[in-house]
Design a protein around this ligand. Sequence first.
Ligand code: PLP
Length: 418
Amino acid sequence: MTARSAVWHPFTQHGLDPPATAIVSGEGACLETADGKRIVDAISSWWVITHGHRHPAIVAAVRQQLDKLDQVIFAGFTHEPAERLAKKLIARAPAGLAHVFYSDSGSTSVEVALKMALGFWRNIGEPRTGVAALEHGYHGDTIGTMSAGSRGVFNDAYAPLLFDVVRIPFPYAGLEQATFDALDAAGRTGNLAAFIAEPLIAGAGGMLIYSAAALAGMKRICERHGALFIADEVMTGWGRTGTFFACEQAGIAPDILCTAKGLTGGSLPLAATLASARIFEAHVSTDRARTLFHSSSFTANPVCCAAALANLEVWDSEPVLERIEKLAEMQEAALHALSDPRFENPRRLGSITAVDLKVADQGYLATVGLRLRAHALSKGVLLRPLGNTIYVLPPYCITENELERVYDAIRSAPGAVA
Ligand code: PLP
């Protein structure tokens, strides 16, 4: 028996999964293994890398910032990168978001959003406590975010710790009315503090796409009942869906918006929860009990903020949206060329594509997922299917040849694994 690594990996069954592949470097859309193989990173290293690995401008900004200030407590102190970044984020975000609370992962950005919502209602003297969330949602792996997310094998063991939320049916095309009715019913209780949803696409829930009209409809119902609308843009932000934030496509302005992953171009961990002025103002008081009681040691780390500023500079100075549009076209063409009848439900939103492989064993634990992963890796491609759902969510700099390698791995998958 070989000695086990001392590392405990995330979402990894160490009793079944193959040993982790050691990566030594990354550039553009590719990673390089310790034994010199190049792997196309078709999932942007868990959806974080936007412009490519090690974008020179981001690397340079990180180096420069490290020479000035590495870390400082963010309660009672502030720094220029965080201040500047907050202004720039607000300028890029949907109208009405006026304050930025920093944290360090998508999960924490959502935890903060939930705490802001509950704090808001308590502080204005109308203590609503209900939370509604969309079916198939995924918002992270902390206790609060697991509570808001779909229940299943991922969180069964922790169920006694999770709080109840009102589960709103997913707005599948043609079935939106059921979604609206359920949300309306939750609103009519008068206790709905907030509704949280991933705009336009449930990512980890299976890359399930819904319409901008449905998103706008859900927002309208929240407004009607005074419930706060939390847009979890952790995955959808930074151009993935074809616009900077997905909410833009529905013309909606959420009360709270969560962003992480692509915030630093994927280079360093940083997250932000943006809130409207009235949510912030409800926490401003001479009474300390009304404080937003949340922090983490590395809140607004200056190096991460510098990386995020450099990322925004890339957005300002390079044709990123045009690049995404071109990638979307390449993705669409490649998806359509998948003619094997064992593929079903091909779908695309912006630069993301997904297709389901017809197999008997479905769902996240389906072993076909593991076999698909191994097959892709043998072809020099990093894919991480969600059960039998294969998706491609690459960095925007991926070349036609690299994308062809990705789809070659997908095309040959049914024969190899089904
Ligand atoms: N919210 C959404 C929509 C996500 O897709 C994810 C992660 O995939 C998260 C939250 C959690 O983010 P993190 O893994 O950075 O905690």
